[in-house]
Design a protein around this ligand. Structure first.
Ligand code: KG4
Length: 335
């Protein structure tokens, strides 16, 4: 079955073509808006929607051309229905529904989280079910038990900022640009992760929830104090110590979640899952705990349409379809 997938939940316009039965990604195109939002130090929703409108046809056409197929060959359209920025979602979701209606192709609406939960299945080495998944991005930091391609139970989530959001805010504070994750991680590689004892929010003993706003405030206070006193900031050490505080909590809570669910497999997804330190530390912790670890390549960690095509295929097989008047949603029922 040939699937055209569309993703526009935030600031990337993405389209992909998949051969679902053989699980082959024939093309995956992502048009990034980073340059548009960089000077604001974060995403401006209205600008994001406008950019999606400008790019959607071009990105879809590119995905079809890269895959060497025509629109007539497509047997299913799969599009992100939510969660995300509603203005952004509406562009991709309405485009998908309209194309499906005009062409008489079935269409399925996909939860963005479901895409991240299954993104590791786009790789050759796939986990069996069930597994514990950490989804960690600019908008979400959540733990799930994934029992089948269409059954997920949330185990914990952030009570305030998402981990990626914390990376972006620390980068903004240090004038390092947007998006913050990659650049903070680069500076962090040159610093000493034990230089500054930033706090780790473990919350209550058995809680699988996260909290990153206290850490962010602690970094802000540290930076302001040094600026006021005219002391050199030591950006490398700040980035390394901040990153260590985030990674430490993510790794330990994920291992606890897997143990308490008797899972032997851990999966990661979302933009922050491309962080080198997080990948290395999670791999080590899994080895230590006797668990298998699966994380997709960074291109399938950050927002992409291939994962939406894969999740859409499974939900379609399970009986899901969208109606022309179905709406996009900003908050995930999964989360
Ligand atoms: O999943 P994603 O592409 O988009 C949404 O959240 O919608 O994730 C983007 C987030 C941003 O906050 C970005 O700063 C973060 O992922 N990110 C990283 C890295 N690469 C991207 N954070 C830490 N280290 C990285 N290498």
């Amino acid at each position: 079955m040939l699937i055209l997938a569309i993703e526009s939940s935030c600031d990337d316009t993405a389209a992909a073509v998949l051969e679902a039965k053989t699980n082959t990604v024939l093309s995956s195109v992502v048009s990034s808006q980073n340059d548009v939002h960089a000077r604001f130090g974060g995403i401006v929703p209205e600008l994001a929607s406008r950019c999606h409108i400008e790019m959607i046809w071009a990105v879809v056409n590119q995905a079809l051309a890269d895959a060497g197929v025509q629109l007539d060959d497509i047997q299913l359209i799969s599009a992100t229905q939510g969660p995300g920025l509603v203005g952004s979602l509406l562009v991709g979701f309405t485009f998908a529904k309209s194309l499906a209606l005009v062409r008489g192709i079935p269409c399925v609406g996909v939860d963005h989280m479901a895409g991240h939960l299954l993104s590791c299945m786009l790789e050759e080495e796939k986990p069996e079910f069930p597994y514990t998944a950490l989804i960690v991005s600019g908008g979400n930091t959540s733990l799930f038990s994934v029992d089948s391609p269409v059954n997920y139970t949330r185990l914990g989530r952030t009570r305030d900022d998402a981990a990626g959001e914390a990376f972006d805010k620390v980068a903004k504070l240090l004038d390092l640009g947007y998006p913050g994750g990659p650049v903070v991680s680069q500076y962090g590689q040159k610093g000493d992760a034990t230089a500054i004892a930033f706090p780790r929010a473990w919350l209550s003993k058995h809680s699988l929830d996260f909290s990153f706003s206290g850490l962010k405030t602690s970094v802000m206070n540290y930076v302001h104090q040094r600026r006021q006193k005219g002391i050199e900031l030591g950006i490398n050490d700040i980035c390394a110590s901040f990153q260590a505080a985030v990674v430490d909590v993510l790794v330990k809570k994920t291992i606890i979640a897997a143990k308490s669910n008797h899972h032997h497999r851990i999966v990661m997804g979302g933009g922050v899952a491309s962080n080198k330190q997080l990948r290395t530390d999670m791999q080590q912790a899994c080895r230590h705990a006797g668990m298998d670890f699966f994380v997709p390549r960074p291109v399938y960690c950050t927002d992409n349409a291939a994962m939406i095509g894969l999740a859409g295929y499974h939900h379609f097989q399970n009986g899901s379809m969208v109606n022309p008047d179905d709406d996009a949603y900003s908050r995930s029922p999964l989360n």
